[in-house]
Design a protein around this ligand. Structure first.
Ligand code: FNR
Length: 371
């Protein structure tokens, strides 16, 4: 305990020098219930650890004597120019991390010239986020049994200039997060969803959150509902939560605008593979028909580099953003993104890759390839 305290003092004295140190600051800043909600994963949290650890088993194969006096991190996603292939993943309830909530996160996204995916369970309204920043915004969707709610929110997003829908498809029910059950984590009343997230309906049998979500989510959602979703919006639709070749092919067949390889930050089904280990399989399956985005366990610029080398167009970061927000508000989110950008830039320079398109498959080796 003493060791931890002195490490924290060191981080506070100099300021965090990497994303993991932001996590330490967030742990210190937040009530335990909220920190656990953000940091935790499902059941044994095996996949939670694996999402990070699997990156460590991939090596980087640098080329030398390449002119790297100029490094260009910029790229495009769905035709939108971003300053680096690092986007903000949709994560719930930013006001539990900081009073300004998603508005602060969105301002940081704008300052860093990247795309923010606003969570369906945001604690600020789609309008508040739009009016406070000019970042390119996508809107993440959960489909509730009450389909009219999805329709209303999608239309509000479209009216307010959001550019795409990210349908999260790995949550027919909420994963079992034991820290939340132990802490009796409850969702606060939120004005933006007109009380939709009020937990009145939930029974107090362990985690209110789980009970509430399970009552609310439409577990009957299936591939045929993509047509329904298309009928309520003109925005391009991405599917988030793809982990298999089969689903990647299906997504490409139904004409989806993009897919996000994700296991929901290991919060849904434990013992799913670490996302970085299935990325290449998904990329091969879609064969360039559909852009592939990636999330899960990205904590370093080298992680971003590895995901790009394995075929991702860009990565999304979830927890690192929340840790930055909890520690230092909008500035913290900007710092987290900037740290990852700086680390990625250095990695590219040391690896002989002056631009994102130079980050090719031969620049990394997986464990299997090294045996
Ligand atoms: C999430 N995630 C998530 N995904 C989603 O589609 N809608 C949501 O509302 C949320 N909420 C949420 C809350 C918290 C606290 C976390 C940590 C995650 C999943 C998120 O979009 C993303 O897939 C992961 O966070 C990526 O993993 P890392 O970057 O957190 O390791």
């Amino acid at each position: 305990k003493e060791g931890k305290q002195s490490k924290l003092m060191d981080i506070m004295a100099v300021g965090p020098v990497n994303v993991n140190e932001f996590q330490e600051l967030a742990r210190e800043a937040l009530p335990k219930m909220h920190y656990d909600f953000y940091a935790g994963g499902a059941e044994d949290q095996h996949t939670l650890k694996e999402n990070v650890e699997a990156f460590r088993r991939i090596t980087i194969q640098p080329r030398i004597l390449v002119d790297v006096s100029r490094i260009d991190l910029s790229t495009t996603v769905l035709g939108y120019n971003i300053s680096a292939p690092i986007m903000i993943a949709p994560t719930a309830l930013h006001k539990l991390a900081h009073p300004e909530g998603e508005v602060a996160t969105a301002r940081a996204a704008a300052a860093c010239k990247t795309i923010m995916v606003l969570s369906f369970t945001s604690s600020c309204t789609v309008e508040e986020v739009s009016s406070s920043c000019n970042a390119v915004r996508f809107f993440q969707l959960y489909v509730y049994k009450r389909r009219d709610i999805a329709a209303v929110l999608v239309q509000r997003a479209e009216k307010n200039g959001y550019k795409a829908i990210v349908l999260t498809a790995d949550t027919p029910r909420l994963g079992r997060r034991e820290a939340d059950i132990r802490n009796k984590m409850v969702a606060p009343r939120l004005k933006n969803l007109e009380g939709l997230l009020s937990i009145e309906a939930a029974f107090d049998n362990g985690s209110n959150l789980e009970a509430y979500a399970n009552e609310t989510m439409d577990a009957s959602l299936s591939w045929k509902d993509i047509e329904w979703l298309r009928s309520i919006t003109n925005m391009p639709i991405l599917i988030k939560g793809i982990l298999t070749r089969e689903d990647a092919i299906k997504a490409a067949e139904v004409g989806i605008a993009g897919i996000v390889v994700s296991n929901h930050g290991a919060r849904q089904l434990d013992y799913t593979p670490a996302t970085i280990t299935v990325l290449e399989e998904v990329v091969h399956a879609v064969g360039g028909r559909v852009p592939v985005l990636f999330d899960g366990g990205v904590r370093r610029g080298t992680d971003v580099f590895k995901a790009l080398a394995l075929g991702a167009q860009a990565v999304l970061i979830g927890r690192p953003v929340i840790y930055g927000l909890a520690a230092k508000g909008e500035y913290g989110v900007r710092r987290v993104i900037q740290m990852l950008k700086d680390e990625l830039e250095l990695t590219m320079a040391l690896c002989g890759c002056p631009s994102v398109k130079d980050i090719t498959r031969s620049r990394v080796r997986t464990q299997r390839e090294r045996l």
